[in-house]
Design a protein around this ligand. Structure first.
Ligand SMILES: [Zn+2]
Ligand SMILES: [Zn+2]
Length: 331
């Protein structure tokens, strides 16, 4: 018997608005994502489950799609109440099991990246304060029962689901695919109303190379575009039917922006921050420095990979110029 995912909408204290959790009911009820660690989310989860005659204490399996607080903040509390077994990608483990330590490592990395991107010192201070606020919502440690990797199969209430590792929006992001019903849980990898943000992330512990989040993201998008999907279940907003059209739109949006940034590159070196100001306008960059700078870094990664941009580090700052391929075309 096939059990389809039932959407539970839970409020979050974040600008993104409510988050979707998915219940697969059955003998051993499965919950996909936990919601944020707030009392409001706890109450909403209880009420959402009650509509399907399930209690929080009866959950047996909990899958975490990625290590963002709106999706996993409540996981520890759910496990304490139910003893549910937690499944997630290994890259999500540091935040889930030791939030304070990993958060500090991420903050150090962000500080470093933003400084090299040319973000003014005064703005850096404000960004730090904003991010510190998230820490107040830090969570109790989440015990992980099993790591899942790309290609793994999970039997969820009698129906086989495949795990796809889809890095980009988060390094440890996974999608879940049920080929018979052509259903895909995308979480934040594909959202109906907004473009997913593939933000910069530090390399996994023990590795030195910074992941190319936007490059990874577009590759992961192409990957799910190849699947036969009737319904996609996103982390925020309504289910998406025939997601291929939306995926194409998301890819085109990024391609337009790549062209836009490519056109700004010259032989004169510019910082990421300077480029971001030209793309988004100074006010938006000041308001949302992390997201805008992150987006431009992602785009520059793409251009660098194609030989259309080149970067040199000067006085601890990344300077970008038109790359060899682009200069050749100009001649
Ligand atoms: Zn997310
Ligand atoms: Zn989210």
């Amino acid at each position: 018997m096939n059990h389809r995912p039932h959407r539970l909408v839970v409020p979050t204290p974040y600008p993104v608005g409510p988050v979707n959790l998915y219940l697969i009911p059955g003998d051993e009820p499965v919950l996909i994502d936990a919601g944020p660690g707030t009392d409001e989310a706890w109450v909403a989860l209880g009420e959402g489950l009650a509509a399907y005659n399930v209690r929080i204490s009866e959950l047996r399996h909990l899958i975490i799609t990625h290590a963002h607080l709106d999706h996993y903040g409540q996981a520890g509390r759910i496990v304490a109440e139910s003893g549910a077994r937690v499944y997630t990608h290994p890259y999500n483990a540091p935040l889930l099991t030791d939030f304070p330590r990993e958060w500090e490592r991420i903050m150090r990395f962000y500080g470093d990246v933003m400084r090299k991107a040319g973000v003014p010192a005064q703005l850096l201070g404000r960004m730090g304060q904003n991010m510190q606020r998230n820490q107040q919502l830090s969570t109790q440690p989440v015990p992980i029962a099993r790591f899942v990797n790309d290609g793994d199969r999970l039997d969820l209430c009698g129906s086989p689901w495949e795990v796809l590792h889809t890095p980009g929006h988060a390094l440890g992001a996974i999608c879940l695919y049920q080929s018979q019903n052509q259903e895909l849980v995308t979480a934040d990898h594909l959202l109906p109303k907004v473009n997913s943000n593939p933000v910069v992330e530090p390399p996994p512990e023990g590795e030195s190379e910074r992941p190319r989040a936007l490059v990874d993201y577009l590759r992961s998008l192409q990957r799910i575009a190849k699947l036969e999907v009737r319904t996609a279940f996103p982390g925020h907003g309504d289910p998406i039917s025939n997601p291929r059209v939306l995926i194409e739109r998301r890819v085109r949006y990024r391609q337009r922006r790549t062209k836009q940034i490519q056109a700004l590159l010259t032989d004169r070196g510019q910082t990421v921050y300077q480029l971001a100001q030209q793309v988004f306008g100074p006010e938006i960059v000041q308001d949302q420095s992390f997201l805008t700078v992150s987006e431009v870094i992602g785009q520059l990664d793409i251009l660098e990979m194609k030989g259309l941009a080149s970067m040199s580090e000067e006085n601890d700052t990344w300077m970008y110029r038109a790359g060899p391929e682009l200069r050749e075309n100009h001649e």
